[in-house]
Design a protein around this ligand. Structure first.
Ligand code: TXA
Ligand code: MG
Length: 333
């Protein structure tokens, strides 16, 4: 179906329209504190199938269900781990998605046949208003074309999904910048499946322990989304380790003198190595780098043929999530 995609600020009228669209099985984009989501009625097979069609998303990559902070979790999942309650009290609403055993009350297509369900309670005020207004569990991936950079403004959503959805709720730019941490709480200890703004260290400090999931060769992925190429800008990309700054510099000037439109993505402390007008600066702190990453990747693809990315120096904490996204954006294939 083709739509005249509208961008509307969040208010009584747009929320009423959003609810109507969702109940008709259509998708509506909405802001969260991490990235924009592409929401649909999680209870409906047809509505969930619509999400996959709109995004062009592989059918074996499960979705997160979004609910408002007053929603009764027991309608959706079995919540039997005391440490999961501690995590909710410490971090929710916020950028932490928890994976529980599912009660099977939403469409099976949400979890792609897994017996678990990922649930997220976003802290963004606009997201809360939207989820409260619609009242239903909303399945939502990031509101980008599959494999493209996740959207952090309503304009980014429009660029990717124009004509494919009727409504984008505009809540301004997302302050978090990278997708939520996904953490499995079905076992004896929490396991981070996707790194994000709630770091493994933060979870460990509340739950007493926390593992980081590492995909092993030949094993089925526990978080299927992690195996796909993701977050990629349309330009060519090349990634350099922090200690390869000199190499990046050489390559930059070689490309530039050959007439290639080339830009550099790096943290503040590396920026001085390049001409100022060619630098897309990530910032100086992990939080700044998370917030700026996706906007800069989208800017790179409109301005450059080649993007040279120099990895920031910091490791651990929120940098685990930032580096994971940066590496995937610059991955081959
Ligand atoms: O911040 C976010 O999480 C954003 C906003 C819109 O809320 N959403 C988002 O959704 O990033 P998406 O679809 O792009 O990523 C969902 C991730 C994937 O890596 C997927 O594999 C994982 O969550 N996931 C979903 N359900 C799962 C499940 N039952 N078990 C394990 N992993 C699951
Ligand atoms: Mg995504």
């Amino acid at each position: 179906m083709m739509f005249q995609t509208r961008i509307e600020e969040i208010g009584e009228r747009s929320l009423l329209a959003a609810k109507e669209y969702l109940l008709q099985g259509e998708c509506v984009a909405f802001p969260t504190e991490t990235v924009y989501g592409l929401g649909a009625d999680a209870r409906s097979d047809a509505a969930v199938a619509n999400i996959y069609a709109v995004k062009g998303r592989p059918q074996d990559n499960p979705l997160i269900v979004h609910v408002h902070s007053g929603y009764d979790l027991n309608e959706l999942v079995y919540d039997d781990k005391p440490y999961a309650k501690k995590l909710r009290e410490a971090f929710l609403p916020g950028p932490l998605t928890l994976v529980y055993r599912s009660r099977g009350t939403v469409s099976k297509k949400v979890s792609c046949g897994l017996d678990t369900l990922a649930v997220r309670v976003p802290s963004h005020e606009g997201a809360q208003r939207f989820l409260r207004a619609v009242g239903i569990p909303v399945a939502a991936p990031s509101a980008n074309r599959s494999k493209h950079v996740s959207p952090v403004t309503a304009g980014h959503v429009y660029d990717d999904l124009y004509g494919k959805i009727p409504l984008i709720l505009d809540g301004g730019p997302c302050s978090g910048g990278i997708e939520s941490t996904v953490c499995d709480v079905t076992g004896d200890r929490p396991v981070v499946l996707r790194a994000g703004l709630i770091s493994r260290e933060m979870i460990e400090s509340v739950a007493g322990s926390c593992d980081m999931y590492v995909l092993k060769e030949g094993e089925p992925a526990r978080s299927p989304g992690m195996k796909y190429k993701h977050y990629a800008p349309a330009c060519k990309t090349k990634l350099f380790a922090p200690e390869e700054l000199g190499k990046a510099k050489e390559e930059f000037f070689a490309l530039q003198s050959g007439g290639t439109r080339v830009l550099v993505l790096c943290e503040g402390s590396a920026a001085a190595a390049f001409p100022q007008e060619a630098v897309l600066c990530l910032g100086n702190t992990p939080a700044e780098m998370a917030e700026n990453l996706y906007s800069l990747l989208r800017e790179a693809e409109t301005r450059a043929e080649v993007l040279l990315a120099v990895e920031p120096v910091g490791r651990g904490g929120v940098m685990t999530g930032v580096l994971n996204r940066l590496r995937k954006a610059c991955a081959e294939g």
